[in-house]
Design a protein around this ligand. Structure first.
Ligand SMILES: [Zn+2]
Ligand SMILES: [Zn+2]
Length: 420
């Protein structure tokens, strides 16, 4: 019989092994803490939605046109893996009656998987994970500023210090058509210089030409959205700037920022990190005042952001921030008798300590090596049942005898030194 070949993970996906999961846990713990402080409640939605919902959001965006995982299930339903969080979250807020219960609705999602069938590159995966927040029902710029301040303070708290909020306004239904026309006219005059993607996009989505990496020189000379804003949009944008200044946030006006999704209105923002090269966008969002109505809900405004956690961890690495939450094993119970070691480890665990033992029944020397590999702070070496336990502090390289029934207290008492 031929040996079975091991099947590897699909292209564009990643495993998070225990050695790395501590970094995830740290990023998630702080995200939960900050979203809670800012008054957002956690929401969790299914991994897949009706294709109709996913495709109703931004028919002309590249993500929805070319990059979604669409499939029919065994019952013939057309379903899609979510490519981002907003459409599903808005659907859930509507279906769950949150919008009817009172405004604003403020929700966050954490480590939400999102799927895009795109060419995998650094920090761009076919399955990635997002932290995001959505505010439904608040029309004013204070809601935008609240989202920017949450994301900015969160990034600083996890250890990103080189990130700046780039902010722009792409106007509303009233004023954006004039801006789109101005862009069409400008780029139309430079048609021969455009890349193939931009020539295709020019008619349907001229704003996207501004964030083309190929045609950057042209974009720098292009008409600026802020010069086409109607009075209401201009007032909104000016107020947002004052709110961000008042919050002491590092931000700058970025005339080339448009974001990939069509559904944005007025505010768009993105935190940009110096160390990520071409992939410098860390996370961002904006206002999408028409989306809730387009998804079948009431005509209420909304705003939100999404942050890719893989990208965040990559940026943290570049800042030399590689620490995580994973706690080391605090005490390994060693000894010749596995049954005794198991019983003692169980007692210590029930007393609230993190304890382990060696289920392989190896020599004491091998068990001590095992303790080092686990990063155990203490090893409790069991002798005969009537003898004291030898409690060895692996960090201080000291040991002392401790009575069996006093072991949990002795470890608990010494353990706080761990963090010192
Ligand atoms: Zn406007
Ligand atoms: Zn281009």
């Amino acid at each position: 019989m031929a040996a079975a070949v091991m099947v590897g993970r699909p292209r564009g996906t990643e495993d998070v092994l225990p050695a790395q999961s501590g970094r995830w846990q740290r990023a998630e713990r702080i995200a939960r803490e900050f979203a809670g402080r800012w008054g957002f409640g956690e929401i969790r939605t299914p991994t897949f939605e009706h294709t109709e919902l996913i495709h109703r959001v931004g028919e002309s965006t590249d993500v929805v046109q070319k990059e979604t995982y669409d499939f029919a299930d065994r019952g013939g339903r057309q379903l899609s893996l979510r490519p981002e969080g907003t459409a599903a979250v808005v659907r859930a807020c509507l279906q769950g009656g949150l919008v009817a219960q009172g405004l604003p609705v403020k929700v966050y999602y954490l480590s939400m998987s999102a799927f895009r069938y795109e060419r995998p590159e650094a920090g761009r995966l076919r399955e990635h994970h997002q932290f995001g927040c959505e505010t439904l029902g608040a029309p004013g710029p204070a809601a935008d500023a609240e989202l920017v301040s949450l994301l900015g303070d969160y990034l600083a708290a996890v250890g990103i210090h080189a990130a700046v909020a780039h902010v722009n306004s792409i106007g509303c239904q009233e004023c954006r058509p004039r801006y789109r026309e101005a862009l069409r006219a400008y780029y139309g005059a430079h048609l021969a210089e455009l890349c193939a993607d931009c020539r295709r996009r020019l008619d349907q989505n001229p704003l996207r030409l501004l964030d083309c990496r190929v045609d950057r020189a042209l974009a720098l000379q292009a008409p600026r959205a802020v010069d086409f804003l109607c009075a209401d949009c201009a007032a909104h944008h000016a107020s947002l700037g004052r709110l961000l200044d008042a919050a002491g946030l590092a931000w700058e006006q970025d005339h080339l920022l448009v974001r990939g999704f069509d559904y944005y209105t007025r505010t768009v923002f993105e935190f940009v990190h110096g160390g990520l090269g071409a992939q410098s966008g860390l996370g961002g969002g904006g206002r999408y005042d028409r989306l809730v109505a387009e998804l079948g809900g009431p005509d209420i405004p909304a705003a939100g952001f999404g942050l890719g956690l893989e990208r965040l961890l990559l940026a943290l690495e570049k800042e030399g921030q590689t620490g995580g939450d994973a706690p080391a094993c605090s005490v390994l119970v060693a000894g010749d008798d596995v049954e005794q070691a198991f019983a003692m480890a169980t007692a210590l665990r029930r007393s609230g300590l993190q304890a382990d033992f060696d289920p392989l029944g190896r020599s004491l020397k091998a068990q001590l090596r095992h303790a080092s590999r686990l990063g155990a702070r203490f090893v409790a070496i069991l002798g005969a049942p009537d003898e004291a336990v030898v409690l060895r502090d692996m960090a201080l390289r000291q040991q002392r005898p401790v009575q069996r029934d006093g072991l949990a207290a002795a470890v608990a008492e010494a353990a706080p030194l761990d963090g010192a």
